[in-house]
Design a protein around this ligand. Structure first.
Ligand code: GLA
Length: 701
């Protein structure tokens, strides 16, 4: 669903539910531009006479939005209860005079010195017991009631002042929710959370099987807070507690904003550059907002050169993260931060993107459903911890070389806005990404060769090559819109997830499970039915045994021949109508001749279980078969390798964003005449230089 329609629908629902935004004097909030390009700007760091030059250059770059405020608490409240908001109003008005709408950050990522001095109990405590001090950021405890009270106060003042400012189109709560805290108050909070969940310590002992190693607890207060190797039930519950704590931290400010700001002002937060980070369940954070944003940085997580990244845009890794973020709300999203050329914090990927690559990366985000790209940051503060970071102007306030290509994107966005308005990617295929399963496997990888993110990426890349569009959603998301749902490593399958998946299959869906599926229940305890747990009766088979491998093993069957490696599961107890699609070949006596892939028609649909990690060529073959067998006829452009295609669909049109990320120029035919939206006219062929971008459209069939 497109962002604006879904948000307005959501707002109508919210107001009908009585959680209506404050009755406010009639105010018309500036319309959110359908495509936004902008940057993070910190007016509080500069003499006010500098603002005009900055804003003029932003306007020259075609920017139509700016984000301010997320680190400005000491400038907004220089001493307790002494508020200074006029400068922010002048900055908002100045931005508006230069054609920009404003996203306002609540400043709760950086509490001022007076606050942490007077209320030291709000300071975060690391797992090592060290209390953080002033001088950086994120030094607060998300569990501190006092801190939440102080956050609500500053947000109330800001909302009262700017909640009806026509140029403020959205609020960003905090900045990149990151660390949890191990302070005494948070510890007590965790114990209360556990008691609320289990009711009694006996129930907890039962589900965690604490007779093991005499862990049995007599009281909730004995339970440790730890991210180290612990009882799997404790580890999983701790992650759920952190999620709930961030969620309530966010709700504290959401409630203030929703009570004070005009309906046209959207509320978001910007989840950090480690898009796949699993400090907490990001989908649950996103669910409470009007729109979700993320900060796209290469060199974050597995994009880092030290792991698998190249220091340059990888359309599969960046594309899958955009698709993950879009899937949290199943609607378009915003990229609230993107490096203008380079970052300064990645030990192996602070290299500069190539000339033209930042613009390509900007359009790549749009191709995957972003409606905003804002660069971090406009200008480096002259001092502070990020002096080397990429920016659009240098220390003298004049443009740096990357400014030119960003200005090109700005001009293009201005012309493409109405063409891309109310369009969003559409997919027949969904990958399931489940935080509980991520955590369960992370807690015990069993084999250091098993990298579940690489397993997911192998499915994503193969399926995207087939369909040029893949959604990524949580297991309990609505699935009936998809013909094919693939769960690469659904390790935790609880009864409700199982029922949801069974209903999907019986209604005609094709469900594919990958290795390690259904090993655990919702308490992270082993499913006694063996894998895939509560789906064993539906699959008509169970995993007889799993094996971590050190050498590849051949497999063969209906999907052809290939090899598997890293992980293998064998099946037994097959129902009469459960078919074996692939079997293991010689090489490992435990595996030889045993089923490696089984499938079964159930109701109007089908369930398939792939019990091994396939090599890339077999994965490609498998993806093609899965797509065909699910009756999917992909709407795709036939393009050369290295050319990335993103399709956004509106009520009456399809728009294709085509980006050449190959190592040189590429030329190819389109499947018919299309409107060339960037250059005008109709085209039947595209000739793109390296990092070249085309935006073409045709009426919806
Ligand atoms: C994060 C933060 C920003 C800035 C950038 C630097 O995304 O949100 O404040 O520190 O990283 O890349």
């Amino acid at each position: 669903m497109n962002l604006r329609l879904s948000v307005l629908t959501g707002l109508a629902a919210v107001s009908l539910l009585g959680a209506a935004r404050a009755a406010s004097p009639a105010v018309t909030i500036d319309p959110t531009p359908p495509l936004m390009l902008g940057s993070a700007w910190y007016p509080e760091q500069w003499p006010e006479e500098q603002w005009e030059s900055d804003l003029s250059y932003m306007q020259q770059a075609g920017m139509n939005m700016v984000r301010i405020g997320e680190f400005a608490w000491s400038s907004l409240e220089p001493s307790e209860g002494n508020y200074s908001l006029d400068w922010m109003e002048r900055a908002i008005e100045a931005a508006a005079r230069h054609g920009m709408v404003v996203i306002l950050g609540t400043p709760t990522d950086t509490p001022p010195a007076w606050l942490t001095t007077k209320y030291p109990e709000v300071l975060r405590v690391g797992e090592d017991g060290r209390q953080l001090q002033h001088g950086s950021r994120r030094h607060f405890s998300i569990g501190s009631e006092k801190y939440r009270e102080l956050c609500a106060q500053i947000v109330t003042r800001m909302a009262e002042r700017f909640g009806h400012n026509p140029h403020v189109i959205a609020w960003q709560i905090g900045n990149e929710y990151t660390e949890d805290s191990f302070d005494p108050e948070s510890r007590a909070r965790f114990h209360a959370w556990l008691e609320d969940k289990y009711g009694s310590v006996d129930a907890l002992n039962k589900h965690w099987v604490t007779a093991y190693w005499s862990q049995t607890y007599d009281d909730f207060s004995q339970i440790p807070m730890t991210t180290g190797r612990a009882n799997p039930g404790l580890s999983l519950d701790y992650k759920r507690f952190v999620t709930d704590t961030w969620r309530s931290f966010q709700r504290n400010q959401l409630d203030v904003l929703r009570a004070h700001v005009a309906p046209g002002q959207l509320i978001t937060t910007n989840l950090g550059g480690l898009g796949w980070a699993n400090r907490f369940n990001r989908q649950q954070i996103a669910a409470d907002l009007d729109v979700i944003s993320w900060d796209e940085y290469l060199g974050s997580g597995y994009d880092d050169v030290s792991k698998n990244g190249t220091g340059h845009l990888n359309p599969y890794r960046s594309g899958s993260t955009h698709d993950l973020v879009r899937g949290w709300r199943q609607q378009n999203f915003w990229v609230m931060e993107m490096a203008p050329g380079f970052v300064d914090w990645s030990p192996t990927a602070s290299n500069s993107l190539d000339k033209g690559e930042t613009r390509a990366m900007t359009w790549h985000a749009i191709a995957h459903g972003a409606d905003c790209v804002a660069y971090w940051q406009w200008r480096s503060a002259l001092n502070g911890q990020e002096q080397y970071h990429g920016s659009l102007v240098g220390p003298d306030g004049t443009p740096v070389p990357v400014f030119e290509e960003i200005a090109q994107a700005g001009a293009e966005f201005a012309r493409m806005g109405d063409k891309l308005a109310d369009t969003t990617p559409e997919s027949d295929v969904a990958l399931l990404h489940d935080y509980d399963s991520r955590w369960a496997i992370d807690f015990n990888r069993f084999s250091r060769r098993y990298d579940q993110m690489e397993v997911l990426q192998s499915y994503y890349q193969a399926l995207r090559d087939q369909t040029q569009s893949v959604d990524i959603v949580v297991p309990l998301a609505p699935l009936n819109r998809y013909k094919l749902v693939v769960a690469p490593s659904l390790n935790v399958i609880s009864a409700d997830v199982a029922q949801h998946l069974i209903d999907y299959v019986k209604a005609g869906g094709h469900l594919v499970l990958g290795p390690r599926s259904g090993m655990k229940n919702g308490f992270n305890a082993l499913n006694q039915e063996r894998q895939p747990g509560p789906l064993v009766p539906t699959l008509g088979a169970r995993v007889e045994q799993f094996y971590a491998l050190l050498e590849p093993v051949p497999v063969a069957g209906e999907w052809g021949k290939g090899t598997i490696d890293i992980w293998a599961e064998i099946f037994d107890s097959l129902a009469p109508d459960t078919e074996v699609l692939m079997r293991y070949g010689a090489g490992n006596a435990w595996l030889e001749g045993k089923p490696a892939v089984v499938t079964r028609r159930v109701g109007a649909g089908r369930i398939t279980y792939i019990g091994a990690v396939l090599d890339s060529s077999l994965m490609a073959t498998t993806a093609a078969r899965l797509v065909t067998d699910a009756g999917i006829e992909p709407v795709r452009l036939d393009v050369p390798a290295g050319v990335s295609v993103g399709r956004r669909v509106g009520a009456d049109r399809e728009v294709f964003v085509v980006i050449n990320l190959a190592d040189g120029p590429r030329e190819f035919a389109l499947p018919g005449a299309m409107a060339d939206l960037l250059n005008g006219g109709q085209v039947e062929r595209l000739e793109l230089p390296r990092y070249g971008v085309a935006v073409v459209s045709r009426p919806k069939a």
